[in-house]
Design a protein around this ligand. Sequence first.
Ligand SMILES: Cc1cc2nc3c(=O)[nH]c(=O)nc-3n(C[C@H](O)[C@H](O)[C@H](O)COP(=O)(O)OP(=O)(O)OC[C@H]3O[C@@H](n4cnc5c(N)ncnc54)[C@H](O)[C@@H]3O)c2cc1C
Ligand SMILES: *[C@@H]1O[C@H](CO)[C@@H](O)[C@H](O)[C@H]1NC(C)=O
Ligand SMILES: *[C@@H]1O[C@H](CO)[C@@H](O)[C@H](O)[C@H]1NC(C)=O
Ligand SMILES: *[C@@H]1O[C@H](CO)[C@@H](O)[C@H](O)[C@H]1NC(C)=O
Ligand SMILES: *[C@@H]1O[C@H](CO)[C@@H](O)[C@H](O)[C@H]1NC(C)=O
Ligand SMILES: *[C@@H]1O[C@H](CO)[C@@H](O)[C@H](O)[C@H]1NC(C)=O
Length: 509
Amino acid sequence: MVVIFGTLGIALLCSVSGITLAAKNPLHARDDACRALAAALAGDVAYPNTTSYLQSADYWSLQQLETQPRCFVAPKSTKEVSTILRVLTEGDWPFTVKGGGHMPFSGGSSIENGVTIDLVHLNDIKVSSDRRSVSVGPGNRWINVTEILDPMGLGVVGGRDMNVGVSGLTLGGGISFFSGMYGWACDNVRRYEVVLASGRIVNATPTENKDLYWALRGGGGSNFGIVTRFDLVIFDQGEVWENGLSFPGSSNATVISHFQNLTIHGMPSDKGATGFVGINYHSSTGGYSADVGLVHATVPSSPGSIPAVFEPFQKVPSATANSTITGTVSNFITSIATPYGRRWTWGNVVVSASFPGKFITEIMSLFESHNVALLQNEGGDDISLTALFQPIPVNLIEAMQKNGGNAMGLKPSNGALIMISFPTSWTEAKNDELAYSATRKLIADIEAKAIEYKVHTPFVYMNYADIKQEVQKGYGKENYARLVSIARKYDPQAKLSHLWKGYFKLQYL
Ligand SMILES: Cc1cc2nc3c(=O)[nH]c(=O)nc-3n(C[C@H](O)[C@H](O)[C@H](O)COP(=O)(O)OP(=O)(O)OC[C@H]3O[C@@H](n4cnc5c(N)ncnc54)[C@H](O)[C@@H]3O)c2cc1C
Ligand SMILES: *[C@@H]1O[C@H](CO)[C@@H](O)[C@H](O)[C@H]1NC(C)=O
Ligand SMILES: *[C@@H]1O[C@H](CO)[C@@H](O)[C@H](O)[C@H]1NC(C)=O
Ligand SMILES: *[C@@H]1O[C@H](CO)[C@@H](O)[C@H](O)[C@H]1NC(C)=O
Ligand SMILES: *[C@@H]1O[C@H](CO)[C@@H](O)[C@H](O)[C@H]1NC(C)=O
Ligand SMILES: *[C@@H]1O[C@H](CO)[C@@H](O)[C@H](O)[C@H]1NC(C)=O
């Protein structure tokens, strides 16, 4: 089957596989995928309106929840995952895979009318006897890992929200409180156990299938196989520290300039330091706040003191909130948990951290006019709007280079970067198209500004990307070509490219 990509190509692909299905199974084509799986597995296949279906349909965003598969299949072992992939790829049946279900867009880890493989039962967690790695099943959420590690005085480079899945976060990169020291989550995987399109089970490590090991660090799991086990590096870790500050929105330029300096100079000098800035709209007041989270991987030795790198923020006048907390990682990620049950979209732009002050003025004004346009047309909806700034300091990029580097193509010589993402949330389905188009326009406008100011990078962070962003193309031509050749090697018939729907796919064949 020849497939041309681009929007038209995707439409073409759907109709082509529709014809294939219809020809093969004239009556209830997709239902047969579920029956074939039920026959191969004895149980574990859940149909709509059953208790197990409703349990699997556990998604963070409403758009994903509303995307309903013909059935869920929930394997209990790697061997069952292998059987499932073999049945689906031999029958050419469309499917997707669900980890923690936190990707916001419809189809991120759900599929209308197809098969969703729910990894929820693959939930082993085993700490190695030398206390240097933990083997984690892909159905776990970060809270399940930290609740085991915290009492042992151990830490892992993992998510900052309790319910986010280990799988998706790690496969897409994985920003953590500890990234300044160790890189992103993907940089701290020692070994992946992977089920390939053919059903074959392989390991990917720095020495075994090392091309696949490289590709799985940022290349997009859905192009290579289903990971059935992650062996993650762990380290000694006690409680963490955070100072949360809020300022009026009018302080945005001051706060962001301190954040730039923190990213460029502060973080490399104190690798335990990290943080973020959120410019948030408040519908109750119609105004903005500039909120800062300053996080440190160690608690200052004298109670009440503030790590020196964070001092410049303390002199910013008119704080409306100022609180300092210490606690275990589990405490932190539980308190951060973002509630389920709203509609969401987001996208991101990554820029050089050394942008001029004028650039911030310009993007804040783009953000505000985007918001005005959205809020004017929302029809009473409860829209929430944020511009979120996250650091990619050079010390983090250096930590990404270990074990042959990852697939994302960031180099220390390009200097510190800042990712700006725009999480937007609302409640009414009638506003979906409005929110999508407004957010896409905002991202495009900000990219254009970044190019104008010569601070643009082609890199886009997968885990905060909009489905229309061409994530892997931003990793550079060479890395893209290498990813495609690795995908071809492990899936010569491009079955995953055709059948595993809805995510950031490499475009080939
Ligand atoms: C509230 C919230 C907080 C967040 N916090 C952070 C954060 O601190 N740091 C950060 O970097 N990101 C964060 N994110 C982004 C997050 O990393 C992504 O949304 C990620 O995809 C979530 O993983 P998941 O397993 O829950 O996703 P899912 O939606 O289940 O899966 C995402 C993708 O991975 C694929 N996939 C899932 N499991 C496997 C597997 N075993 N093998 C192969 N492919 C698989 C799915 O098919 C899908 O394509 C956050 C997101 C939310 C909503
Ligand atoms: C599930 O139940 C709802 C309400 O009880 C019903 O409207 C719907 O048609 C059912 N779906 C299926 C696929 O049976
Ligand atoms: C994961 O942690 C949550 C919250 O503590 C808990 O409800 C759930 O049962 C845990 N899952 C497993 C498989 O242990
Ligand atoms: C950012 O600050 C400027 C200058 O104080 C202000 O005019 C603008 O409205 C602020 N933007 C937001 C989103 O708060
Ligand atoms: C920038 O950061 C460095 C390192 O933390 C610090 O010494 C310096 O005071 C900061 N500069 C400003 C203007 O805040
Ligand atoms: C926050 O409170 C601490 C302790 O009282 C104080 O030293 C610091 O200056 C305050 N920070 C801001 C931004 O007001």
